[in-house]
Design a protein around this ligand. Structure first.
Ligand code: LLP
Length: 430
């Protein structure tokens, strides 16, 4: 199996950021998410270099939903990243991490009045998803004596080769406004008294391994940009969203690099803006490609059972990593303490949740496993902890961050008290 450069093997043990996973699991307990901060920074720089070497004005907005830990946002803020935020909570985290308001875009297809007012108050550009939302935002800005900067979210109506639950640029998706209606939407925005259209936004989906849809989406965006320039709109940015995939299947799956992505997309942008005589900033919103492979989920084997299949019951389940249950996603699993042993047995890795679908990995050929062994589930930095829950009243696990060989908690494990903390006794029970 191919391991990325921040993972390795020493004395038969898996290492991350140069550290042996066994003492990490001993010290911090399992289940445990472990992230290598330096890997995230490396990936961020790769993106930025790929784009800035081809286009003069670039902003990389980290999609905060992929992994919202403040320590990760801070590490990226330190590199100059902005963020795509999809809720007031993500907005709060991005600002707390030190990201400047002008590098944030407030996305979302269902924003509340509170969200809209917060965006106006904090001077955050809003990606508007409907004309209804536009008018609500105009009213909110008027009542606050301010002008809201906006982009519209374009639905380019393309075929997006990914899992249907994470394709967002399909004609049938709930996101955005159909591309042919976008010029009309900007005309409507120009009629609003407290709205200033400054950008154009799209995001076509996630875990996309083919560059062609990105090229097509960029083409749609540049055609719309021409209409907007003709209307007299001064475009400060064109945001092509995120969505590039990673090779979850090590050794067999291939994903385009940020450089390959940029080499396909930026020429479309360059020829468009040159023809129009404008130089808006080029924004992108990667999430998964920045953080996914930085992180492993360490989990301890509770028991092994030979039944219909060889089940390995571990202490992490879909409460901590829902991607396999939700999207049939594939994550590599390794025996973290016996990396040098020959795979001898086919195992299905199951979690502790009371659901048949609580399967983290099916039919994997691994070295022999027994109770107490440590396994690692790879590439869990994106949409892993971020989508975790307390289902079955299981406190969520800790997250550890490693920087230059030093591990530290970036989130403590929850306790049962955290689960009961928000519960209240109704008066008739107290
Ligand atoms: N921008 C917007 C507006 C988005 O909605 C998303 C992701 C991104 C950027 C970042 O996309 P990325 O580069 O990470 O592909 N939970 C799913 C993925 C959902 C993606 C939601 N939106 C999963 O685990 O695969």
């Amino acid at each position: 199996m191919n391991l990325p450069s921040h993972l390795g093997v020493r004395d038969g043990h898996l290492t991350i950021g140069g550290l042996d996973c066994l003492p990490l699991a001993e010290r911090f307990g399992t289940p445990l998410y472990v992230t290598d901060q330096d890997r995230i920074v490396t990936q961020f720089r790769r993106y930025r270099e790929a784009l800035t070497s081809r286009y003069p004005r670039v902003q990389v907005l980290y999609a905060a939903k992929a992994n919202g830990n403040l320590a990760i946002l801070k590490a990226l803020a330190g590199e100059g990243a902005g963020a795509d935020v999809f809720s007031s909570g993500e907005l709060h985290l991005a600002l707390t991490a030190g990201m400047p308001p002008e590098k944030l875009l407030f996305n979302g297809s269902s924003k509340s009045q509170r969200d809209l007012r917060l965006a106006v108050e904090k001077d955050i550009t809003v990606s508007v998803d409907s004309l209804d939302e536009l008018h609500q935002l105009d009213l909110a800005a008027r009542s606050m004596g301010k002008t809201a900067k906006i982009a519209f979210r374009v639905n380019p109506a393309l075929d997006i080769p990914t899992h249907p639950k994470i394709a967002t640029g399909l004609a049938t998706s709930k996101f955005g406004i159909a591309h042919h209606l976008i010029p009309g939407a900007y005309k409507e925005a120009l009629r609003c008294t407290h709205i200033q259209p400054v950008g154009l936004h799209c995001h076509i989906g996630s875990q996309i391994l083919d560059l062609e849809p990105f090229r097509k989406a960029a083409g749609v965006m540049m055609r719309i940009a021409a209409d907007l320039v003709a209307m007299g709109i001064e475009l400060e940015f064109i945001d092509l969203g995120g969505g590039l995939g990673i090779p979850y299947r090590h050794g067999t799956e291939v994903a385009p690099t940020p450089d390959e992505y940029a080499s396909v997309v930026v020429p479309v942008v360059n020829s468009g803006v040159e023809a129009l005589g404008i130089t808006p900033e080029l924004w992108i919103e990667p999430g998964r490609t920045l953080v996914a492979d930085s992180t492993i989920l360490l989990s301890r084997v509770n028991s092994v059972k030979k039944a219909h299949k060889n089940f390995v019951n571990v202490d992490a389940g879909f409460n901590l990593l829902i991607r396999p249950a939700m999207y049939d996603s594939y994550h590599e699993v390794v025996s973290a303490q016996n990396m040098d042993h020959i795979p001898e047995e086919t195992y299905t890795i199951t979690g502790p949740i009371c659901e048949t679908g609580d399967i983290l990995a099916s039919d994997r050929c691994l070295p022999l496993l027994k109770a107490g062994d440590l396994i690692a589930i790879l590439d869990t930095g994106a949409y892993g902890f971020a989508m975790s829950s307390q289902y079955n009243s299981r406190p969520r696990c800790a997250e550890v961050l490693i920087h230059e060989g030093v591990p530290a908690l970036m989130r403590r494990a929850e306790t049962i008290d955290d689960i009961t903390a928000t519960m209240r006794a109704p008066p008739w029970q107290s």
